[in-house]
Design a protein. Structure first.
Length: 361
């Protein structure tokens, strides 16, 4: 069931178009991530949903009710921001209780709710501490508990983990996913970090230049991107120049060879059309191709050991480079200058509209 609906939302600041006719439907209970590079309009969209930014045009609905003109307080959304500081002079408990006191909850009910929230984010032992006595991760957990305390329908989060180091960020990602499952609250999460988006979301909405480029589950967007932008932005990928050789997109020329592909993408291509062919580094394998694989030769440009795997940069006969990732025990290390026989499963190759290789974008 659609809980939150954004309909044709646009926002301009003078000559700058921050959002352009954005449509978005968030299902109840979903974890939806707005993902895009810096300046793509993520914060503007979240602020328009929250009621802090008035859209130039378009509407926002919650449960079918038009909330476009409501003040932020009247929308009852929970908010967590990177810089949404805790009240420094209040204890952890009082920070969490704040939104309940504003809403005039009775004393006993407030106390009970604060206990529940402390337990939810495992901060019972620091209930009486001041924010400055806590670590960054603990402070962010207080901010989340505070935002969830009054029982919002939707929790809006804008890059809440970006100030934390990598280890803590990953731990907090798991924590947020757990809180989402446990509370059943709908989360709308903003990040520019595609790994974070893939790890946590039910649904990812990719924004660029104030427009929605594509949306879908992490798996859909990773396995079958429909645009060059998403093929490039989500997960590591090799983009190569290619040409469609059959109008149904089933025959493609790239890597100096012609082959059949499984994922044809859009309904109709023009034979001879220049396209982008993509293949993930983990799908570029070494050795002679089997029947359902594409074989090609490539020269090793460099190879480096990166812990769990070895990264090899290869140059194809077309002069393009592509990255392969393999386990170090797959075979002997590849040395620069060596010519390798490579193979890619036909089902691991995709095509998206638009010409060009990695080097050109
Ligand atoms: N108050 C404002 N006045 C003028 N321009 C603004 C304002 N707020 C945002 N913009 C512009 O709107 C565009 C979108 O900005 P927004 O902050 O939504 O991007 P973002 O995706 O959140 O980026 P980041 O990842 O850097 O936070 C940018 O070009 C930005 O400069
Ligand atoms: Mg932002």
């Amino acid at each position: 069931m659609t809980l939150l609906l954004v309909d044709g939302l646009s926002k301009s600041y003078g000559a700058v178009t921050a959002l352009s006719a954005v449509n978005l439907a968030v299902e109840s209970g979903q974890f939806v991530t707005l993902l895009g590079p810096s300046g793509s309009g993520k914060t503007t969209l979240l602020m328009a949903i929250a009621g802090f930014t008035a859209p130039t045009s378009g509407r926002v609905y919650l449960d079918g009710r038009d909330i476009t003109r409501l003040d932020p307080e009247e929308r009852d959304f929970g908010l967590v921001f990177q810089g949404y500081a805790l009240f420094p002079h209040l204890s952890v408990s009082d920070n969490i209780a704040f939104s309940l006191r504003v809403r005039k909850w009775p004393k006993q009910r407030t106390a009970r709710r604060v206990e529940e929230m402390l337990a939810l984010v495992s901060l019972e032992t620091v209930a009486h501490s001041k924010p400055r006595e806590l670590s960054g991760g603990q402070q962010q957990r207080v901010a989340i508990a505070r935002a969830l305390a009054f029982g919002p329908r939707v929790l809006l989060l804008d890059e809440p983990l970006s100030a934390l180091d990598r280890m803590l960020r990953q731990a907090m990602q798991r924590e947020l996913a757990r809180l989402h499952r446990k509370t059943g609250v709908t989360f709308v999460y903003v990040t520019h970090d595609q790994e974070e988006a893939i790890a946590m979301s039910d649904h990812i909405v990719v924004l660029n230049h104030g427009r929605i480029v594509e949306s879908g589950s992490p798996r859909q967007l990773y396995r079958s991107p429909g645009t060059r932008f998403v093929a490039r932005f989500l997960g590591e990928n090799n983009l190569l120049s290619g040409r469609v050789r059959a109008a149904d997109g089933s025959v493609v020329e790239a890597l100096g060879t012609r082959f059949r592909v499984a994922a044809a993408g859009k309904p109709r291509w023009i034979a001879g059309e220049a396209v982008t062919v993509w293949v993930r580094p983990e799908d570029v394998r070494m050795g002679s191709p089997a029947a359902d694989e594409i074989g090609f030769q490539a020269t090793v440009v460099e190879s480096s050991f990166v812990g769990a795997s070895e990264r090899i940069i290869l140059q194809t006969v077309t002069g393009e480079q592509l990255t392969a990732v393999r386990r170090p025990d797959d075979a002997l290390p590849a040395a620069a200058g060596q010519v390798l026989q490579c193979r890619i499963s036909a089902s691991a190759i995709g095509i998206v509209p638009g010409a060009g290789s990695d080097a050109e974008s």
